[in-house]
Design a protein around this ligand. Sequence first.
Ligand code: ATP
Ligand code: MG
Length: 329
Amino acid sequence: MRIFSGIQPTGRKHLGNHIGAVRGYLEGQERGDPAIYCIVDLHAVTVAYDPSSLRSFVLDTLAMLMASGLDPDRSILFRQSDVHEHTELCWLLSSVTAHGDLNRMTQFKEKSASQRELASAGLFLYPVLQAADVLAYRAHEVPVGDDQRQHVELMRDIAERFNAAFGDVLVVPEHRIPTVGARIMDLQVPGNKMSTTGSEERGLIFVDEEEKSIVKKVKSAVTDSGSEVRRSPDKPGITNLIDILAVIRGAAPEDVEREFEGQGYGAFKGAVAEAVVDYLRPVRERYAELRPDERALESVLGGGADRARAIASETLADVRHAMGVGPPA
Ligand code: ATP
Ligand code: MG
């Protein structure tokens, strides 16, 4: 079972990334042969960004993953731009990707609409590069949050179309999306997912956030004017907090509803805040230890890239051969 997933170094990562994705990475570390996790800096340049921060965001993201329990001796942890096979494969796969499919991608529509200066072609091709990331490793499984369901569907189509056209070279991957917590919502705009680049600070809980600030943000999370702690489409704020508490406790959302029956939002939010603080505390503490040693972090990325390249270059050789690209093998 080969497992692959990627995470963007676009800023401080949040509780949604942790609950929706990183927990799946940790579970994958137990089963993956190998589990491969990539910090996708080439995806990060598809929206407006600050070049002087990108390298340090990569290290922040790596330190966060390691603080959460990913172990570079067990999983392959690397930086996307260190393995050139991804970009070459992206180009080759673009020949079996339908323009119309890319145009339909929800993430493309949302992100291109929210760009102030430039909706880049990179944003349009984002899912093809993502397909290349996964397909280069012939991964069977892709742990992601719910927002990436559509992109994994697309990469399956791309792999199938490639295999139909050029022979059975690529593995068609499957997503692995958690049943609860796959879409953590913005605390201030509970109709939108919590997003590294799209949310305002008050709507996010950062993985390395100070405890006091977590409590404040949870207590001021937007909820409806009712008082029942119950999930419902017209109560997106409360539903989100119920999901968060359920995931952290390893309980069903129904259990959370039952526990807080007859209690007001105040008591409930207090319990959620405390649970989130306890959940993130060990990660924040370990992060503070790991993040300062940049040489050690770079060395993890270097070692990871060597291991990743060894796998990806084999796939690329097969793809080039099948497509008639380059000199004969
Ligand atoms: P952006 O909104 O700028 O794309 P992001 O917050 O989605 O940033 P990514 O690095 O793109 O962060 O996503 C990393 C992983 O986290 C992906 O698997 C994604 O599905 C998951 N994820 C992102 N946001 C959430 C969320 N709100 N709830 C659950 N999972 C999420
Ligand atoms: Mg995203």
